[in-house]
Design a protein around this ligand. Sequence first.
Ligand SMILES: [Zn+2]
Length: 501
Amino acid sequence: MLRTLRTRTRIPRRPAAALLASAASLCLLAASAPPAPLGVGDRLYPHLGNPGYDVTAYDLAFTYPGGNSEPLPAVTVITARATAWLERINLDHSHGKVRSVEVDGAPAVFRSVGEDLVVTPRVPLPPGLPFRVTVRHDSDPAPGKGVESGWVRTADGLAMANQADAAHRVFPGNDHPSDKAFFTFRITTPKGYTAVANGLPTGTRRAAGSATTWTYRTRHPMATELAQVSVGRSAVVRREGPDGLPVRDVVPAKDRRRLEPWLAKTPGQIRWMERKVGGYPFENYGLLVAEAQTGFELETQTLSLFEKHLFTEPAYPKWYVESIMVHELAHQWFGDSVTPRTWSDLWLSEGHATWYEALYAEETADRPLKDRMRAAYRASDAWRASGGPPARPEAPKAGSGKIGIFRPNVYDGSALVLYALRQEIGRPAFERLERAWVGTHRDGTATAADFVRLASEIAGRDLDGFFEGWLYGEKTPPMPGHPDWRSRAPEAKAGAGEQGR
Ligand SMILES: [Zn+2]
């Protein structure tokens, strides 16, 4: 995610503390505990995700009614494998009416507790057993009480922006990046609309009357927060990327010509990224240009979401727009293919995306990386004081929602860590590390400790001490090679009001 220069008011999402309130019970005689919201114990968001199973695939079916203020009838089929005895299956889900739930085809009892949909199968599921949960529900694009849906309502339809925790307000699932899975999307639209989702199309067919069902499938596993479904009066613009990579952009049909000069830049940007870190990791890529005011761009897998405004606002310099395009493109390697395993590992995703954003501006627009890093160094102590060190970010302030962790310390503050590392181990070793990182962890999840280990291996020496200060220190360590760089005292509060940039 990258916020653009404007700031926007967001509807505050529900504070996490409220979620656990319903778990308490005084019933001491119950044979088993009452249904309660569970989580995977993420340091920042302990209630996100669920223990006891591993999702292998999602099959999501949505029916777009032709307007974006009414709920979409939806069917979510989750194929998973139990990793422990499961008396109940907890799914993250908190928005939209649930009509029925089946486990392996048999009706199951279900109850909404906190932000979980708790499903009780007829018989407990043993570890190792594959199972299938089918949920018939509404997927509601309208905001709930104090929370936004993961749907973004555009001028002509819908798009998705689920980061960090909004996927479970679109469909039930295991809404934590540690559990990646394959996705199939089946979107039924009325005549005149086009639907596109992550991955490649596997077919379109006429549905009832003049409706069409569009099917897409991912060839690589994906985190729930990276799911994308676009419905609109769209044009799908196709071209070829490096080595025949299919590139398709989804844009408002009326703006196709106007946007073309920007869209045409993608193949060259992919080639640039491939020269830096190796082959593009997915089956296709493209921009989804939405007529909506989100205040951010988002790296949804294979189809990054951009506000149309970014490309039509004459005040934005060309280099700035291009570097944001590269930021979201770089995320396809860093964040999407190699996914941070916990929300505290977010710096691995945003730090690298910011790094390549800045490097591209240096190489193509004569904006020296060193200048940007010197400025980041000046602000770094204040960023650490207001948001925590890069790899141990503080939980968001109440009312700012889960995306409150997207602070400068995970953007330029973390690109600064990479700059320090390049200064420390030298450019050749740093470049080898970047390639090895995306190669080793491709299609997986990874942590800060994994990065430290691989960096030490490639540098041929123990870098634990180096990373301890840079990733977890309250103060920014001295910059190797630039002993004269100074960080301003935290009192300056450079973090406030500079979110995302
Ligand atoms: Zn980003």
